[in-house]
Design a binder for this molecule. Structure first.
Ligand SMILES: [Zn+2]
Length: 254
């Protein structure tokens, strides 16, 4: 537990120290430029649920507005590069709240904290959280869960979707080296692909996955960023340099 808190805190401290410096500067909208001098940062950080082993599942909210994008990382606990990216994004948005005029960013940096600590794809019950959603194509079994939303981690994500009603959901995985999408997100996937080396590849909605549930069934744009194998060897700064543009494009939605 302590080790996890330290490692997670270290990510955020590191990102603060480095200032997440990179050459990429997102463009401010005309509205954002106009409101920048008077825009007040709005950030909150809440524990939305507790994992089976008692760890907090945290949600960070930046800005407010009708246009909401939800970022999710480490739903598979051994695919952690997205958590570094969200630590960098969190730091950036604290320094530049004006970027979010009219927009809201909601993020769950570690969706599966028990798996994150154990370096395991699964949660502490041995369930794959990304197969535990109430999608029409779900299959009940031990790995997917004997019922939908049987796990606190999947219930937490479902609650965040219901409360914040995101227009777009971006999830980070590894190591399939592509951008996959579900629901009405083909155009967005192609746009994001232009910001980095990842090609669009339709992998197909897996049974009970977040893509099947939120994308295909609820009709929300769902993007699965499958980072390449090499992502696990990259530092937080290197990851940010390679994928900051993708993240800001996802926030802008265009
Ligand atoms: Zn994955």
């Amino acid at each position: 537990m302590l080790k996890w808190i330290l490692s997670f805190s270290a990510l955020f401290i590191l990102s603060t120290l480095t200032g997440c410096s990179n050459d990429y500067k997102p463009t401010l909208s005309r509205e954002a430029k106009f409101f920048a001098p008077v825009y007040q940062p709005v950030t909150s950080r809440v524990a939305i649920a507790t994992s089976n082993q008692g760890r907090d599942i945290e949600c960070i909210i930046h800005g407010f507005g009708d246009d909401t994008v939800l970022f999710i990382a480490s739903i598979h606990g051994d695919e952690v590069a997205g958590t570094s990216l969200l630590a960098s994004l969190d730091s950036y948005l604290k320094e530049h709240p004006e970027f979010l005029v009219g927009k809201q960013v909601v993020m769950i940096p570690i969706a599966n904290p028990d798996g994150f600590v154990a370096k395991s794809r699964f949660n502490a019950d041995g369930v794959d959280i990304n197969r535990n959603f109430p999608a029409e194509n779900r299959v009940n079994n031990k790995v997917n869960g004997f019922t939908s939303l049987s796990e606190p981690e999947s219930r937490a994500i479902d609650s965040v979707i219901r409360i914040y009603k995101p227009n777009r959901i971006i999830t980070f995985h590894q190591p399939l080296d592509c951008i996959d999408y579900d629901g009405p997100a083909q155009e967005l996937a192609q746009l994001l692909s232009k910001t980095c080396k990842l090609n669009v590849k339709k992998l197909g909605a897996r049974a009970g996955s977040l893509g099947a549930y939120a994308g295909e069934d609820l009709g929300i744009k769902v993007i699965t960023v499958e980072l390449p194998e090499e992502a696990k060897h990259l530092s937080q700064t290197q990851l940010w340099q390679q994928y900051a543009k993708l993240i800001f494009t996802a926030i802008n939605g265009h």
